[in-house]
Design a protein around this ligand. Structure first.
Ligand code: 6PG
Length: 499
């Protein structure tokens, strides 16, 4: 009898990889697994859950063995953490993601034309652009897919954002759509659809992460305002986030924030959140989005302020030192507490709208720059379930793009326009109060500044152009002479200053 062949192979048995495998098997697919540290293969297969899968799950102790176990065209999914970076010959190395290049190098001699390599890591999209082209030249199809939702998502239903070689999608689609989260009125719409060519999927995943950074920063600012300006206890904070999660802020991140305020440290019996050191970590995807926004010249200010907020939080020693030297306002809010809580809710929602507006502006600019054809409403539905930013709010974004597929900014969509305009007096009072009390709100304030800048027909860049032309002859255009110019003025010789 010929040896059994498996539907898909997965390499990389960290938590995400293991949970994706179990999810695939639970949905009827036969899976073969491999890990560079082969003891991890044995350890995983020895778990009760893996053993319960019977012959639907098998292990390999080399890439060659993994490849030999797979049905054609072979599908091999890589869930490799970039910390395993291994130098790879030939393929141009991307310093923080050489591990995938190395595995591709090792796989190439083992594969046949038409086989499919899938990278499910948080990969820089430029790597995926490069790898898709490199492998296409060798007849190998490549998919770079975002996988969002952490270990719970991987096990029960992630959001998946595949891009790469479109020819590969038909072979991978049944697996991805079976294992993904399901949304819609009948809970049968998979959060797994083709995003676009080459690096488009990883770019959209990166923007998902950048929006995640922004959402988390805004929630933390709301928390800090309620705690510092109103002196709320963790019990009161639990009630606020519990109530907010019943309205338009209904989302995974609000839900977990609500839960966090209930958890006590078993040792001290104190609330665990109060025992956690206030220095943020980051694996880097938010930074990538901010860097790439600068490359595109699009103002993704929320994710950037969120990254900087993490950076300054990590400067703990300096902040302790500075806190003993620098003084500023403190105190608590003297107005109506109940009203202020609702104003913070409104500020959070309005700022969230700006954050997603910025994220979409960046995705649209990237699509134009990198020649991707993207479906913006569909992206919102990919994010509707399974991923970290999953929220009811995403249905409003889908509706906005359904109503106007050429929407250039979410802020201009009737629903969002109305929501921000009715929230803005509360939003402004929250930012003003934070400034008066010396409570840092980089997210709320940059979102408000973005809103005020974007809705301004005129900004003070006329003076900036005069300055640039004065010292650098960088020239300027004139409002009264459209289409003419550029112009230059010999400012130093025509200025009328007191001698
Ligand atoms: C997801 C998450 C995940 C991300 C972690 C850590 O979509 O499941 O976004 O991809 O890596 O949240 O991110 P940071 O360490 O950068 O906060």
């Amino acid at each position: 009898m010929s040896e059994k062949k498996y539907d898909i192979g997965l390499m990389g048995l960290a938590v995400m990889g293991q949970n994706l495998v179990l999810n695939m098997v639970d949905h009827g697919f036969d899976v073969a697994v491999f890990n560079r540290t082969t003891s991890k293969v044995d350890d995983f297969l020895a778990t009760d859950e893996a053993k319960s899968k019977g012959d639907k799950l098998t292990g390999a102790h080399s890439l060659a063995e993994l490849v030999s176990k797979l049905k054609s065209p072979r599908k091999i999914m890589l869930m490799i953490q970039s910390k395993d970076a291994v130098p790879a010959p030939e393929i141009a190395l991307y310093p923080n993601n050489a591990a995938v290049d190395a595995v591709i190098q090792d796989l190439l001699p083992l594969l046949d034309k038409g086989d499919i390599i899938i990278d499910g890591g948080n990969t820089q999209f430029k790597d995926t652009e490069r790898r898709t082209k490199f492998l296409a030249d060798k007849g190998i199809r490549f998919i770079g897919t975002g996988v969002s939702g952490g270990e719970e998502g991987a096990r029960k239903g992630p959001s998946m954002m595949p891009g790469g070689d479109p020819e590969a999608w038909e072979y991978v689609k049944p697996i991805f759509q079976a294992i993904s989260a399901k949304v819609g009125p009948n809970h049968d719409v998979p959060c797994a659809e083709w995003v676009g060519n080459r690096g488009a999927g990883h770019y959209v995943k990166m923007v998902h992460n950048g929006i995640e950074y922004g959402d988390m920063e805004l929630i933390c600012e709301a928390y800090w305002l309620l705690k510092k300006a109103l002196g709320f206890t963790n019990e009161e904070l639990y009630e606020v986030f519990r109530d907010w999660n019943k309205g338009e802020l209904d989302s995974y991140l609000i839900e977990i924030t609500r839960d966090i305020f209930t958890v006590k440290d078993p040792e001290t019996k104190k609330h665990l959140v109060d025992l956690i050191l206030d220095t943020a970590g980051a694996k880097g995807t938010g930074k990538w989005m901010s860097q790439l926004a600068l490359d595109l010249g699009v103002p993704s200010t929320l994710v950037t302020e969120a990254v900087y907020a993490r950076c300054i939080s990590a400067m703990k020693e300096q902040r302790i030192h500075a806190s003993k030297i620098l003084t500023g306002p403190s105190g608590t809010y003297k107005g109506d507490r109940k009203e202020f809580v609702d104003q913070v809710r409104q500020a959070l929602y309005a700022s969230k709208i700006c954050s997603y507006a910025q994220g979409y502006v960046q995705i649209m600019a990237a699509a134009k720059e990198y020649d991707w054809s993207l479906k913006y409403g569909q992206i919102a539905m990919l994010w509707r379930g399974g991923c970290i930013i999953r929220a009811v709010f995403l249905e409003r974004i889908k509706e906005a793009f359904d109503e106007n597929p050429n929407l250039e900014n979410l802020l201009l969509a009737p629903y969002f326009k109305s929501e921000v305009e009715k929230s803005q007096s509360a939003w402004r009072n929250v930012v003003k109060t934070a400034v008066e009390l010396g409570i840092p709100v980089p997210g709320f304030s940059t979102a408000l500044t973005y809103f005020d800048s974007y809705r301004s027909e005129n900004l003070p860049a006329n003076l900036l152009q005069a300055q640039r032309d004065y010292f650098g002859a960088h020239t300027y255009k004139r409002v009264d002479k459209p289409g003419e110019g550029p112009f230059h003025t010999d400012w130093i010789n025509v200025r009328e200053v007191e001698k």
